[in-house]
Design a protein around this ligand. Structure first.
Ligand SMILES: Nc1ncnc2c1ncn2[C@@H]1O[C@H](COP(=O)(O)OP(=O)(O)OP(=O)(O)O)[C@@H](O)[C@H]1O
Length: 577
């Protein structure tokens, strides 16, 4: 893999397309030299009377013909160039976005703990767009311009090498200005990228918190963080524009001083009789042709120098190792935790936990808030990899299982149900993408969704809106249960989902759950202990440790933490009534 391919994270196809784009762009630039050469030749023909010759009109008409043909060639080359550069770059950035999305899916949740949503969104949208413009508007034209300038330079030297030197004498200084300013530009550019990210973070927080903002009537100073982030972004954008403008205009001024030097030296040479009028005029004509591409090279070079800043986040993301594993099936659905220790950051939140959850049994995880119940259920599903001990499903260490393969065996019903901006039908079908409409509707019926879905304006084809904001908590829960029913996985991870529902919804959700868990291995995070009295096994957690385990009656007889929690809840229920 070449350095350029690595630096730009290009697929093999993308790299091939980039090479084709460079060739196409170079051909366009070269084809543009044709009409220029024809103009120069017509011009020189028209000037022959001034050097004692005679105009050959048949030459002029022939050159006109060549001019028309070359204009057609330029058109064809530009068309091909457009297709090869722009269309190929859009395709490649699409491929990169899909690649990022695929990679994200395979990353451990620890990665998402260190990144926020707006950063990942920027990764997928803004960074890919920057790469897109690198592939279309920077790299191919840059290389093509270098080739064109070199060729024009050779042509110029053919007329008069002294004038060629004059034109290029200021070029090293112009490039030096850009080169020396690169670190400063990089720093500025990095600050701009960070300022944009901070602003989009603040905007996202503002939009997500709209309910609170409205309900609390917040205004003014409460949004100073958003105002400051937007102000910083504006300030840095102005600074970047200004400083880049200063460097670019200084470089271009120095570069254009070459025109004056060429005219001056040309005039001296003419006066001394060291050059004829015709080669001098031809050289001056070429000078006008050469500065455009050189100026373009300068600005493209400045953009290219910032490539690192653009690709930094993408590099971090794409080089973060994905969770690996095999796709082999497991023999049964027994789950075992063997001296499991886990920490999110520095402190252990699960401490040396060992337990067995036999296939077909119902296990409840109980304990005070923050004791590690949700964490355990997520570790079993390998959302995170543990630091000590082993978790086995069907006797197989989950770390050796490909996460998507492991996920085939599990269904989740969590409190925070995620719904997509799609139809009800498709939201349920996520449980099993191959399910027919009839199967989806059967699952919806079993999960007590059918009635409220049919009352929606377009039934199962109703669009749910962003994250199903039009549905009640109980309805969202039942849709997620319908999904899980459709998936029909042998292991069910259940975060006691009825805690915040009204009695009517609670009954329906409980009935739907009862159907879902029939004959399955169930791990249930219970917040209200009266829901776990019938569980085959209750695991009591405290501060990340497994402190008690057994059935309800056994634990009540032990008179430990479970009994204490149970009594506290009974009393608070009494007060509530
Ligand atoms: N993504 C995370 N990053 C860092 N720490 C976390 C994360 N998720 C949970 N924790 C911490 O891990 C500990 C266990 O949290 P967990 O959510 O597993 O507890 P829980 O028993 O399910 O709590 P609750 O009953 O309130 O839902 C807590 O101290 C919590 O602050």
């Amino acid at each position: 893999m070449s350095k350029l391919q690595k630096a730009l994270f290009l697929s093999d196809k993308g790299y091939k397309d980039l090479k084709k784009a460079i060739t196409a762009c170079t051909l366009t630039n070269l084809s543009m030299l044709l009409p220029f050469c024809v103009t120069v030749m017509i011009f020189s023909e028209l000037l022959t009377p001034f050097v004692g010759g005679e105009i050959q009109w048949n030459h002029i008409w022939m050159l006109w013909g060549v001019g028309i043909v070359s204009a057609i060639l330029v058109f064809l080359a530009a068309k091909n160039d457009y297709r090869k550069t722009y269309i190929a770059s859009y395709k490649e950035s699409n491929t990169t976005r899909v690649r990022i999305a695929e990679h994200l899916r395979k990353l451990p949740m620890s990665f998402f703990n260190t990144k926020d949503l707006s950063e990942l969104t920027t990764n997928m949208m803004a960074d890919c767009s920057s790469m897109e413009s690198m592939l279309s508007s920077t790299i191919p034209p840059l290389i093509a311009n270098v080739i064109t300038v070199t060729l024009t330079c050779i042509m110029l030297a053919f007329f008069d090498w002294r004038l060629a030197l004059c034109i290029f004498c200021t070029m090293p200084i112009a490039f030096l200005i850009i080169w020396l300013s690169r670190n400063y530009q990089k720093k500025l550019f990095a600050r701009q990228v960070n300022a944009k990210l901070a602003a989009s973070d603040q905007v996202q927080e503002y939009l997500e918190g709209m309910k609170i903002i409205k309900s609390c009537g917040l205004s003014g100073s409460h949004f100073s963080a958003l105002d400051n982030a937007l102000l910083t972004m504006k300030k840095i954008a102005v600074k970047v524009e200004m400083m880049v403008g200063v460097f670019m205009s200084s470089a271009s001024m120095v570069l254009q001083a070459g025109i004056g030097i060429t005219i001056f030296v040309g005039a001296l040479l003419l006066v001394n009789g060291s050059i004829e009028l015709l080669p001098l005029l031809m050289s001056l004509l070429m000078v006008t042709r050469i500065y455009g591409p050189i100026l373009a090279i300068l600005s493209q070079l400045a953009t290219l120098l910032n490539l690192n800043v653009v690709t930094e986040r993408m590099r971090t993301l794409l080089t973060t190792p994905a969770m690996e594993g095999d796709g082999k099936t497991v023999a049964n659905y027994d789950i075992e935790m063997d001296h499991v220790t886990f920490r999110y950051n520095t402190e252990d939140v699960i401490k040396d936990v060992s337990c067995k959850i036999p296939q077909g049994s119902v296990t409840a995880l109980v304990g005070p808030s923050g004791s590690g119940k949700s964490t355990i259920s997520k570790l079993i599903a390998r959302f995170w990899d543990i630091q000590g001990g082993t978790i086995r499903v069907g006797g197989k260490d989950v770390r050796t299982m490909e996460p998507e393969n492991l996920m085939k065996y599990m269904s989740f019903v969590f409190q925070d149900v995620t719904l997509f901006n799609d139809t009800v039908m498709n939201n349920i079908r996520l449980g099993n993408p191959n399910a027919t409409d009839e199967q989806v509707m059967a699952a919806a019926k079993a999960a007590y969704c059918d009635e409220f879905v049919r009352e929606m304006p377009e039934g199962y084809q109703t669009l749910l809106g962003e994250n199903g904001s039009t549905l009640s908590g109980g309805e969202r829960q039942r849709i997620s249960i319908a999904r899980a029913l459709l998936k029909d996985a042998p292991i069910i991870l259940l975060d006691e989902a009825t805690a915040s529902l009204d009695p009517e919804n609670e009954v329906l959700v409980q009935k739907a759950i009862a159907k879902l868990v029939e004959g399955k291995t169930v791990i249930m995070i219970a917040h209200r202990l009266r829901t776990v009295v019938d569980a085959d096994q209750i695991l009591v957690l405290e501060n990340g440790k497994l402190v008690e385990s057994g059935t309800h009656n056994e634990l009540m007889a032990k008179k430990g933490l479970y009994q204490k929690l149970y009594h506290i809840q009974q009393e608070s229920l009494g007060w509530a009534v």
